[in-house]
Design a protein around this ligand. Structure first.
Ligand SMILES: [Zn+2]
Length: 539
């Protein structure tokens, strides 16, 4: 029986299908040929309308196919889905319901699982349901691809409530909110001062800062009824998790995320994971500078589950095990005379070491180390400044190079545009055949896309470079901290946390039975770690 089938595969693509690769003529062709082969059939003829809308049937190859059906050449039609046949529900219905059956043509829409043979008999209702779903599916797919394009480009999207600290301008872009931006900054400052999320929450509550929920209820009428029904003190009562959320948001660095919409399907709208996001850095004015934000992150990591703040532990978030490179946990115990003793130890399951250090020992080592650093650097101030500048790639020159690269790319893009315009003109004059035009346009569109991408990357790099503090600022800041440091204040949390990024600790018992330990400590400095070390070893 299969030998009696003279199969037409029908392909169609139009601009309203979006630019999804899966819809391309080539992929329709491959898919249908594969399908036909797997049925043990053969394709008799291919019909293909590239660039024709599905809303009507005035398409050259569709008409040619109808002619071939009329003359009995074709008795089976296969398309990828119903919408390849057409997008007009009633007209498509005419072909599937009347015309094909009347001509004895079997029709299959592969992706929709539609086969006219299965539909024989009382087929109208299921088909109709099917069509409805197909319609909904197709529309949502279309909307999805538009949304996805917007997300990919990082287009601003208005949400019912902006991220706390920001407001929307009339273009739906994030701008600092006049009332709450300063509260966000305050939260970061207070947290770095105290190292305790809880203390920040207490501070905000005591000083009667309106909670984000209250702010949103007033300004955006968000959950208004529910929030305003709360007792008054609740409107100013900050909890730890709210503060923690704010401290974790990299949106305050100007980062913008747009969701990829691929995970939405039209029946089931679920929220997205992080990996479904497009991330744009420096998209908006940051509320917090990078150093502060990263410092907060490292403090957050250790403040979880530990109530010991920077007041009691100036090394909060800084101490790492030299063996497993994970953070060491701080512990507080009372000694025999009832005083608190703090220590760091590594508790990680897979760690082979047994590294341990008393906090007061670490304090002595670090103080000695920092004072020595101060001595070395300040005694040769000018040499250090020269050394630092020499070491750092000249940021300005780098930016200049980037700008040069950018103008070359922009010029090339202009060329490509002009070339394509010219092609089209020549084609209308009949100087280039349609197929050549199409090939050349495809090729140059690809190049244009590649150039666009590169331009975006370079623009981003230039922006990054502009946002970096200059070497001069960084060196000056370092020198200022060192100058202000004395034997008495060098162990203040502010100094230690600003100067040091990490401290790696290794301790080995001198004898298995002895309590004496040999201690090895490596300090990683926050700014200029390499330069500082290079300078010291150059001594
Ligand atoms: Zn360890």
């Amino acid at each position: 029986m299969s030998n009696n089938y003279r199969i037409a595969i029908y392909l169609r693509l139009s601009r309203d299908d979006g630019n999804e690769e899966s819809q391309s003529i080539q992929s329709q062709r491959e898919m249908l040929n594969d399908y036909v082969q797997r049925q043990g059939w053969q394709v008799f003829e291919e019909y293909s309308d590239d660039g024709y809308s599905g809303t009507n049937f005035n398409r050259p190859d569709f008409q040619r196919m109808l002619n071939d059906i009329e003359s009995g050449k074709i008795n089976m039609v296969i398309t990828k889905d119903l919408s390849r046949l057409g997008r007009n529900y009633i007209q498509v219905g005419y072909y599937t319901e009347e015309y094909f059956p009347e001509k004895g043509v079997r029709y299959i829409a592969v992706n929709d699982g539609y086969d006219s043979i299965d539909e024989d008999g009382n087929d109208f209702v299921p088909l109709r349901n099917f069509m409805n779903e197909w319609y909904a599916k197709d529309t949502s797919k279309k909307i999805r691809s538009i949304l996805n394009q917007k997300a990919k480009n990082g287009e601003p999207r208005k949400t019912s409530v902006p991220i706390y600290g920001y407001a929307f301008n009339d273009k739906n872009e994030r701008i600092p909110d006049s009332e709450t931006a300063s509260v966000v900054r305050l939260i970061y400052t207070k947290f770095i001062e105290t190292g305790s999320v809880k203390k920040v929450a207490i501070f905000l509550t005591e000083n009667k800062y309106p909670t984000p929920a209250y702010h949103n209820a007033i300004k955006y009428k968000y959950d208004r009824k529910k929030i305003l029904a709360l007792p008054e003190d609740k409107l100013y009562s900050w909890n730890v998790s709210t503060v923690r959320e704010i401290l974790k948001k990299d949106e305050y660095l100007g980062v913008y995320r747009t969701a990829q919409t691929k995970s939405i399907n039209f029946k089931n709208k679920r929220r997205f994971d992080n990996k479904d996001c497009y991330v744009f850095e420096n998209r908006y004015e940051p509320l917090v500078d990078k150093d502060t934000w990263y410092l907060a992150q490292s403090l957050l990591k250790t403040s979880k589950g530990s109530s010991i703040g920077v007041d009691d532990n100036i090394f909060k978030g800084l101490v790492y095990c030299m063996d497993c490179e994970k953070s060491m946990r701080v512990r507080r115990e009372k000694n025999y005379s009832g005083e608190y003793v703090y220590s760091f130890s590594c508790h990680h399951k897979d760690c082979l070491g047994s590294n341990y250090i008393l906090m007061n020992v670490l304090e002595k080592v670090v103080a000695r180390e920092l004072l020595m650093l101060k001595e070395i650097i300040l005694s040769q101030r000018d040499r250090f400044i020269d050394f630092a500048f020499m070491y750092e790639p000249d940021s300005k020159r780098y930016t200049l190079d980037l700008n040069k690269e950018l103008s070359v790319l922009e010029a090339r893009e202009k060329e490509v545009d002009e070339f394509m315009d010219n092609l089209i003109i020549q084609n209308t004059k009949g100087l280039i055949p349609q197929s050549t035009l199409k090939n050349l346009l495809d090729k140059h569109r690809k190049e244009k896309n590649a150039i666009d991408k590169e331009i975006l990357t370079i623009k981003q790099r230039i922006k990054d470079e502009e946002n970096k503090p200059t070497s001069k600022q960084k060196v000056e800041e370092l020198l200022n901290i060192l100058e202000a440091a004395t034997e008495d204040n060098i162990l203040k949390a502010g100094v230690v946390q600003k100067l040091i990024r990490r401290i790696y600790v290794k301790s080995t018992k001198v004898h298995p039975k002895s309590r004496e330990r040999e201690i090895d400590i490596t300090i990683v400095y926050s700014t200029y770690d390499e330069i500082i070390k290079g300078f010291i070893t150059n001594e």
